[in-house]
Design a protein around this ligand. Sequence first.
Ligand SMILES: NC(=O)C1=CN([C@@H]2O[C@H](COP(=O)(O)OP(=O)(O)OC[C@H]3O[C@@H](n4cnc5c(N)ncnc54)[C@H](O)[C@@H]3O)[C@@H](O)[C@H]2O)C=CC1
Ligand SMILES: O=C(O)/C=C/C=C(\O)C(=O)O
Length: 480
Amino acid sequence: MIEILNYIGGTLQKSLSGDFLPNIEPATGKIFAQLPRSNEKDVALAIEFAQKATEQWKNLGADGRAKILLKIADLIDQNAEILAQAESRDNGKPLWLAKQMDIPRASQNMRFYATASLHWSNESYQQVGNLNYTLREPLGVVGCISPWNLPLYLFTWKIAPALASGNCVIAKPSELTPYTAFLFSQICIEAGLPAGVLNILHGYGNEVGEAIVTHPKIKAISFTGGTRTGARIASLVAPQFKKLSLELGGKNPTIIFASADYEKALQTAVRAAFLNQGEICLCGSRIFVEKPIYEQFKQDFIRETQKLKVGNPKEETTFVGALVSEAHLQKVLSYIELAKQEGGTILTGGKRIFLQGENAGGFFVEPTVIEGLSYDCRTNQEEIFGPVVTLTPFETEAEVLTYANSVQYGLACSIWTQNLSQAHRIAHKIESGIVWINCWLLRDLRTPFGGVKNSGVGREGGFEALNFFTEEKNICLKIE
Ligand SMILES: NC(=O)C1=CN([C@@H]2O[C@H](COP(=O)(O)OP(=O)(O)OC[C@H]3O[C@@H](n4cnc5c(N)ncnc54)[C@H](O)[C@@H]3O)[C@@H](O)[C@H]2O)C=CC1
Ligand SMILES: O=C(O)/C=C/C=C(\O)C(=O)O
């Protein structure tokens, strides 16, 4: 049994209570590790260490911090194979995907923010007779709470800017996928990160998570996860006036016009629907296709979906691995049932898959394509966060905009057309923080990343995240 430990004050340790939680491997349904069930006492201890480390970390300056963060990035690369195996085992995602996407992005996040902080600068405003200039100070101790779908990828996406801008961090990965964050804490020790600068606490969201969020010494919270949890956190921190960044759910439209490069649109729409088992907040789960190509697209989309192998995450040929947990599997299956009750037709998929051998107890679901639903039914409005998509035909730009903008979410959108004016028209009118034209999940880490409506508050990425983790002071000087 693998024993996952907290990382507090530079050392690896059990929870102070000694309580632990089981960690289940989604592809087998079996317990393979245990993690600390931390609570407010562990948070208090971590904050004590973090506070002691703040001056040392701040005084290292951007250069000194960057050296250590770059060492961490190098160590992620050197341990990429072990980290990818751990990520795939913990989350259920295909091993090839963890190798190609999750782990390289984790080191890229660390490297990006280590170097971004060297290029980040203050502002000055000159007028006749006076000069204003700004200073940015780290907040002190901040909290970072990350989800289970892209565990190390999103964990590092938060902690990297927090650390690079000079803060000490109390971080909590999801209790469903704690393994790579634990391996990451070992990497931090090896890289020589000063004790207390980063503290990683494991356990339940409503226990250790809430203790982090509500602790008065924590000056900002950066959270990625479900919209309901985001609302709970917002309600807890508002009376304390903490800075808050929320990256929440999505119900993203993929909009395909008849003029699109058909083959590229088809292949990317399939990938956007089912990559990572559909467990990415950016996945395109509502696919709108212009009427003249709808029937052809539907047949081709079904054919391409049926080619996707659902199976053991260790196999190179697996495209869809296991869902993260039994509870999440049941949630996804319940939405497929709801879609049928709402009058939808299952074009392909729709069922749980029971594999043989070591994967007999795993949480596998067929990639599922549904049509015949109204745009405003629950299946088309609520986030499923699994390998389930709907197909809907449309006739006009106005109609597809009504469909696309009808949801409470507004995170990402993917538009497919060869008509440049049309692409821009739709991009400007869509209620979405991120718009991809003729592509999907093409990332430049310098760009603002986040959603509108119930998809979140604030932006990550680029200098936005460094700004979030600092407080700005304006200094006005009268020049005689
Ligand atoms: N990136 C995204 O957009 C994600 C969306 N989701 C959506 O949310 C649904 C629920 O998934 P969950 O596993 O429950 O995700 P969640 O949003 O509850 O969990 C995300 C993180 O928040 C922590 N957390 C939970 N409650 C908390 C609280 N009260 N205070 C502080 N931290 C807390 C969790 O321990 C975890 O580390 C999913 O079915 C999916 O629809 C889930 C994960 C990621
Ligand atoms: O930053 C990215 O490239 C992707 C981020 C994805 C999420 O925030 C998510 O799936 O929750």
